[in-house]
Design a protein around this ligand. Structure first.
Ligand SMILES: CC1=C(/C=C/C(C)=C/C=C/C(C)=C/C=O)C(C)(C)CCC1
Length: 346
């Protein structure tokens, strides 16, 4: 069986680990806020939830994603950067084509991308800042990533089925109005079956990790965070939950990881390190390309605003779009970039 080298203690300073605690505090604060609102019988309409999602995902999360690519590509040289961008655009084009050809399959892949990014990205943060000594083999790490990432989509699919099915419909409608109806009758069975698989996966992950632990504290951090994520996604309405998770949990923790491993990075080759000026230009060009791509998808899609509310339609459209650009973020920027990668931990 493939074994994985693990280290205890993690990199970084107390300040970097302080950011981990900050991510817990922020998520718990949102959770308590939502519970208090429910207790006081205050409900939030879908337009407000959609506004929160769009603020979190477009204003906060999107620029952070751009920064992750810049940080990964800086000092890697032009030939590497060109190959990276070429492959990136190829996957983007493939995913857009998939949405047009088979929008329900596209939706399933979008959900899988969110699970994968939350799961594997989250695991790398633990590697860097806490240690994952209780995860000894590749399959066990795969299971850990499935559980961690599954909290983001599988838990809300189970606990918020109405909103989940509605937004799934809106996302598919962008490309082929009415196409979700073909699978809608199986949604309940699917959701219950997937919920069962997920619950079993959580049990096996926690149990195996406990048996294989070296330090109890690292196992406790992992299962404690998993429990917090499950509670958060079960209790916070799905649109707000996902819209705040990516900027307030995922991105905040990735920046803690980047800080923690900064001193471990190979020293940059001055020949291939661009000036700050060049980095700013690349960032602006990246932003123009990103919004240009969104405009292109909106122009090509038959029904880009799939509901009569612009904010709600915006959530559906942006969820499709962010998944399209997040697929190569995971595959090209992290998995294929074996020397470094966006989630690099030495
Ligand atoms: C299906 C579905 C959703 C899908 C969201 C997705 C697929 C988000 C992807 C985010 C990514 C990949 C972020 C990367 O940084 C919503 C809108 C939560 C509402 C409930 C139903």
């Amino acid at each position: 069986m493939a074994t994985v080298e693990t280290r205890i203690g993690g990199f970084g300073t107390d300040r970097d680990r302080g950011l981990l605690s900050a991510s817990w505090i922020v998520l718990i604060a949102v959770l308590i806020g939502v519970l208090l609102a429910q207790w006081a019988n205050v409900s939030m309409d879908m337009r407000t939830q959609a506004g929160i999602y769009l603020f979190g995902m477009v204003v906060l999360n999107l620029p952070y994603g751009g920064y992750e690519h810049m940080a990964n590509l800086r000092s890697r040289g032009l030939p590497f950067g060109t190959r990276y961008i070429g492959l990136y655009l190829l996957l983007v084009a493939g995913f857009i084509a998939l949405f047009f050809a088979a929008p329900v399959v596209g939706l399933a892949l979008a959900i899988a991308v969110a699970v994968t990014k939350g799961g594997h990205g989250g695991l790398r943060v633990l590697d860097a800042l806490v240690s994952t000594d209780h995860l000894r083999t590749k399959p066990q790490r795969g299971l850990a990533a499935f559980v961690r990432g599954g909290t983001v989509m599988i838990v809300p699919m189970y606990f918020w089925p109405g909103d989940f099915a509605a937004f799934s419909t809106f996302m598919v409608d962008i490309f082929r109005p009415g196409a979700f109806a073909a699978v809608a009758p199986y949604f309940t069975e699917f959701r219950v079956a997937l919920g069962g698989v997920f619950a079993a996966a959580v049990g096996v992950h926690a149990g195996l990790g406990f048996v294989r632990r070296e330090a109890l504290s690292t196992w406790l951090v992992d299962v404690g965070e998993t429990a917090l994520l499950i509670l958060y996604f079960a209790l916070v309405p799905v649109v707000i939950a996902v819209g705040l998770y990516f900027p307030l949990w995922y991105s905040m923790r990735q920046s803690a990881r980047v800080e923690a491993i900064r001193d471990e990075l190979p020293s940059p080759d001055p020949e291939s390190t661009p000036s700050l000026h060049a980095v700013v230009i690349a960032f602006v060009l990246g932003a123009i390309a990103t919004f240009g791509l969104a405009a292109l998808v909106a122009t090509l899609a038959p029904n880009p605003l799939s509901t009569n509310d612009p904010l709600v339609s915006g959530v559906a459209f942006f969820s499709v779009f962010i998944s399209i650009i997040a697929l190569p973020h995971v595959v090209v920027g992290s998995w294929l970039d074996t020397d470094r990668g966006i989630w690099y931990v030495p």
